[in-house]
Design a protein around this ligand. Structure first.
Ligand SMILES: *[C@@H]1O[C@H](CO)[C@@H](O)[C@H](O)[C@H]1NC(C)=O
Ligand SMILES: *[C@@H]1O[C@H](CO)[C@@H](O)[C@H](O)[C@H]1NC(C)=O
Ligand SMILES: *[C@@H]1O[C@H](CO)[C@@H](O)[C@H](O)[C@H]1NC(C)=O
Ligand SMILES: *[C@@H]1O[C@H](CO)[C@@H](O)[C@H](O)[C@H]1NC(C)=O
Length: 609
């Protein structure tokens, strides 16, 4: 199949054989173990074709994923050779082994390893979050011994909370349930599905609020819930369970999973928000928006992801969700993208959305900021100027959208440019630092008149003036010098081993084929090796801009470092696309979930329209 794609041979000296791909997946030692598992999988998977279907087969069958146009990488890497990349991906695998071994030797089966002291952190339920989060990465890297050992521990788990203990719904879904489902999809080990189903059932009462939006936390012992510190549901909490619960509904045939997750989507349709500007907080009682902040940062981030990815996961059948993504992403581009005054760095911030004071009541006289596609904005934003590392997932999402949505050419161009400019700025925040690792939050320099910094009008102007040179925000100013200054100050100086920039580099590499993203990822990985590696693991940095050779570190190794950061690095350096973007979607914790189609039976059962 792949060999028929145009241009494939330009970057790959020969078509990789099944054996090549397999040895990449399986690694050298114990090659027979994955082969045996593979054989069992083949028997299991193709069994139903030979035998007639039973009800049970229906429950666990995955239809083959649909195809869609997927661009292969376009260029040959300019610097590193295929062998270099193989070596680099191998080094990431070694880094994973170093972290997991440290966890296993010192902290297993607690939640996380304290990588300096060798102590433990039980900060995510005490159910061993690192095991669940790392599971699919082990599978992808061919670490079958760790995988099988982990499955044994998981098989014994009982997700009943201790008396008075509450577990956070959002984190438990994306890390634990997402990890189980993804590992199940990759390995087809039925224990993982069984445990996912158990956990899914036990967390489901979190939706038993007046509105149906999930509560912040739940006791699986009593089914009691409690709200978070805001008393509201954050938008990210409301919309970061649909990939997991809908896939679980597909695997188990249980309508409850679909209905509870879909109820949150229904509230989004009914809220009638202007232009897809979904605010960051929602009233858990009424299900209505409860502030006017528009963001892609901490309170909102993954909700944007789950709009596009839900549509992709169910083979583009739920088109209403796609429309929400189209509206929301258009508003992000219009209201949240700014450039800085000196270096013209493109960044995404958050804003308080207000009706402009000049707005007339007569709609026909409105003429504010007409955009390319001819729509008229009715709101304007006051930007905070904050640029979060967490927001660095956005370039990857926009690139994925540009590739998969049927956008008009002028809009597609905007999404791609935004993706490229933002990913570059995320890169700059790393490259500008003394350690080469990016700070957690930046305060960007604003123009004296805020609206002068808005990106969209600048691009419109550049287009009108004949499109000479690169578009604004994509001119790649290079690393900060004394003369340019940075155009931002560091607001939070830590690097928490976060994945978002690398995640976007990976998607940029796969969707554009530009090897520069791989090289940037490699530079970041080297900085991680230099500054974050400890005797027994990897540690978050306290200050990314310290000049001393060894920056001070925090005694923390978050589970997402194994789930996301190292997985995206490994995939970035691996030539073969192990998790093809046209067959899988990554949940917000980098757990790949397969793209599937709802069967007619499921559509009836779940009332999917
Ligand atoms: C889980 O374990 C607790 C005690 O450790 C027990 O009370 C409870 O019944 C168990 N729940 C399930 C679902 O096995
Ligand atoms: C909690 O809810 C589940 C349904 O999700 C139910 O089976 C279980 O009995 C409930 N437990 C308690 C203690 O109410
Ligand atoms: C949104 O619009 C629909 C249809 O016009 C209406 O039924 C619904 O009540 C509106 N929702 C809100 C919250 O205003
Ligand atoms: C998208 O925005 C347009 C214009 O504001 C609106 O008419 C449409 O209903 C929105 N779509 C959804 C799914 O909210």
């Amino acid at each position: 199949m792949l060999s028929r794609l145009p241009g494939r041979n330009q970057y790959s000296p020969r078509i990789p054989t099944f054996r090549d791909a397999f040895s990449l997946l399986a690694g050298r030692p114990l090659r027979w173990v994955p082969q045996l598992l593979g054989f069992v999988f083949v028997l299991w998977y193709f069994g139903p074709i030979i035998r007639p279907h039973t009800q049970e087969d229906f429950m666990y069958e995955l239809p083959p994923p649909i195809q869609h146009p997927h661009l292969p990488p376009l260029y040959k890497p300019p610097t590193a050779s295929a062998d270099d990349w193989k070596l680099r991906s191998h080094q990431v695998r070694e880094a994973f082994i170093h972290s997991y071994k440290g966890y296993r030797d010192h902290a297993f089966p607690a939640d996380e390893l304290a990588p300096m002291s060798g102590k433990i952190h039980n900060n995510f339920n005490g159910w061993g979050v690192t095991i669940y989060d790392a599971l699919d990465t082990m599978w992808i890297m061919g670490l079958t011994e760790y995988f099988e050992e982990a499955v044994k521990v998981i098989a014994e788990a009982n997700y009943t909370t201790k008396p008075k203990q509450y577990v956070p719904f959002f984190e438990t879904i994306i890390r634990y349930l997402g990890g189980l489902l993804s590992a199940y999809a990759l390995s087809q080990n039925p224990i993982l599905l069984q445990q996912a189903d158990k956990m899914g059932e036990m967390l489901l009462p979190a939706f038993n609020t007046d509105s149906g939006l999930p509560a912040f936390a739940i006791s699986t012992r009593t089914n009691a819930t409690h709200g978070g510190w805001t008393g509201n549901t954050l938008w990210a909490e409301a919309l970061s369970n649909q990939l997991e619960y809908k896939y679980l509904a597909h695997l188990t045939g249980k309508p409850g999973y679909f209905e509870k997750a879909e109820r949150c989507m229904q509230l989004m349709y009914e809220a009638n928000v202007t232009d897809g500007i979904f605010p960051t907080q929602w009233n858990t009682k009424t299900g209505a928006p409860s502030n006017n902040k528009f963001s892609v940062g901490a309170f909102a981030d993954s909700a944007h992801e789950y709009l596009l990815k839900q549509w992709l996961m169910t083979s583009r059948s739920e088109t209403k969700i796609k429309d929400l993504y189209l509206n929301a992403s258009k508003s992000i581009i219009e209201h949240l993208l700014y450039v800085t005054p000196n270096r013209e760095m493109l960044y995404v911030t958050d804003a308080d959305m207000l009706k402009p004071p000049s707005q007339k009541t007569d709609k026909s006289t409105e003429s504010s900021s007409t955009t390319d596609s001819g729509s008229t904005s009715t709101l304007s934003g006051i930007p905070s100027g904050t640029f979060e590392h967490l927001s660095c997932f956005l370039p990857g999402l926009l690139a994925l959208g540009a590739q998969t949505l049927d956008l008009p050419a002028s809009e597609k161009e905007m999404h791609l440019w935004a993706a490229e400019g933002l990913a570059y700025s995320c890169w700059l925040t790393y490259a500008d630092m003394k350690t080469g690792l990016g700070p957690d939050v930046m305060s960007m320099k604003l123009f004296p008149k805020n609206e002068d910094g808005l990106w969209l009008p600048r691009v419109e102007k550049w287009k009108e003036q004949g499109r000479s040179g690169r578009p604004p925000g994509l001119r790649e100013p290079g690393v900060a010098t004394e003369k340019t200054g940075r155009d931002y100050t560091i607001y939070k100086r830590s690097y928490l081993l976060r994945p978002e920039a690398l995640e976007s580099f990976y998607i940029m590499w796969r969707t554009t084929g530009n090897p520069v993203w791989r090289e940037r990822g490699w530079t970041i990985f080297q900085a991680i090796q230099k500054y974050a590696k400890t005797e027994i693991g990897y540690a978050s940095l306290v200050d990314v801009d310290k000049s001393s050779t060894k920056a001070p570190v925090k005694d923390e190794m978050p589970s997402y470092f194994l789930a996301e950061t190292l997985k995206y690095l490994y995939l970035l350096f691996t030539d073969e696309e192990i998790i093809p973007l046209d067959k899988w979607v990554f949940n917000t914790e980098a757990h790949p979930i397969p793209i599937f189609e709802w069967t007619e039976t499921e559509k009836k059962l779940f009332k999917i329209t």
